[in-house]
Design a protein around this ligand. Structure first.
Ligand code: S0N
Length: 285
């Protein structure tokens, strides 16, 4: 069990999984916390890290006790510094570097989608650097709570890479196209106050208060209707995600439709091998 830091709310985090690159924990009141635990490389991710985050996200999604998920990095120095350059091969990031079976790809591609598809709010809790692919990770989260020592930026054009997916499109939507191009073309770093003023984060708090503030935001969301939150998240994403965004929203609507007498009449008639009687249901204006 991880005890709270001085000044933090009394959150006792209980281990909820056994991983190598991350810590996965639950609070008693419905918050799941995923911590990238590689501080020696500023919490850079290798394929193993991303697979473990993905696995924890599946648990958090399926677990009915969990309402909100926090994604963070270990220690005060970094949220995440992006892909681990030491395992970057010529065809992507390598799952088994050095071995004949080493295969490169971008595991983070599917993770971005998984975070956006997850029907519960995902909150990035950022202390220190959110850089490169680590910056895109906070972008794809629903909210970002930043410590006053946070620093944000993209490094792709400096280190021979780029993310033209959510890393470009979402960023442009958040801060405007000109600013997004500046961020990518010049690879500058921006401090927490600058990030707040350009709409990149939701709030900035002293480092010592980061976890208690994040937990407070999570607890406020835990008071809300889970299905309304789910539908709002799907609605925000629908425009950006095109047909797959509409699909999410439509399937959510179908989830609700299943509980109506009208939908049940169709199901029951089929099972009873009779003609359905939809005549008693209103044709709503
Ligand atoms: C984060 C930075 C700014 C921190 O600077 P600071 O505090 O001065 O610390 P350092 O001394 O630089 O670092 C401490 C130790 O950590 C190691 N380290 C840091 N970042 C990484 C990293 N990303 N990979 C491996 N090691 C890292 C340092 O080497 C140092 O180690 P020691 O103590 O042994 O010397 C600064 O560290 C920095 O700028 N880091 C590099 C940032 C970077 O290049 N990130 C990768 C960018 N690319 C991606 O993220 C890929 C994203 C991706 O997967 C993708 C997805 C879809 C489409 C495209 C892509 C794509 O490839 O971009």
């Amino acid at each position: 069990m991880t005890t709270p830091e001085a000044g933090a709310d009394p959150v006792l985090w209980s281990p909820a999984g056994d991983y190598q690159d991350i810590r996965y924990e639950h609070s008693a009141d419905g918050i799941a916390k995923i911590t990238i635990n590689r501080p020696e490389v500023r919490n850079a991710f290798r394929p193993q890290t991303l697979m473990e985050i993905s696995d924890a996200l599946v648990e958090a999604r399926e677990n009915p006790e969990i309402g909100v998920i926090v994604l963070t990095g270990e220690g005060p120095n970094a949220f995440c510094s992006g892909g681990d350059q030491r395992v970057r091969g010529d065809t992507g990031y390598l799952t088994e570097p050095g071995s004949a079976r080493a295969v490169g790809r971008f595991h983070v591609t599917d993770l971005h989608i998984q975070i956006r598809r997850l029907p519960k709010p995902v909150v990035a809790m950022v202390a220190g650097y959110a850089i490169g692919g680590g910056h895109v990770l906070h972008l794809v989260c629903d909210l970002t709570i930043a410590a006053d020592n946070a620093r944000f930026g993209q490094v792709g054009p400096k280190v021979g890479s780029f993310d033209g997916g959510f890393g470009a499109g979402l960023l442009a939507e958040l801060v405007g196209v000109k600013k997004a191009k500046e961020i990518w073309f010049l690879c500058r770093q921006y401090d927490a106050a600058q990030a707040l003023s350009m709409g990149l984060v939701n709030t900035v708090v002293p480092l010592a208060d980061l976890e208690s503030e994040t937990v407070q935001w999570c607890r406020e969301m835990l008071q809300m209707s889970p299905f309304a939150l789910r539908l709002m998240k799907a609605s925000f994403n629908a425009a950006e995600d095109g047909l797959s965004g509409i699909q999410q929203l439509a399937h959510d609507a179908n989830l609700l439709f299943y509980s109506t007498e009208e939908a049940k009449e169709g199901r029951e008639a089929f099972k009873a091998k009779r003609t359905p009687d939809f005549g008693r249901f209103p044709r709503r204006p």
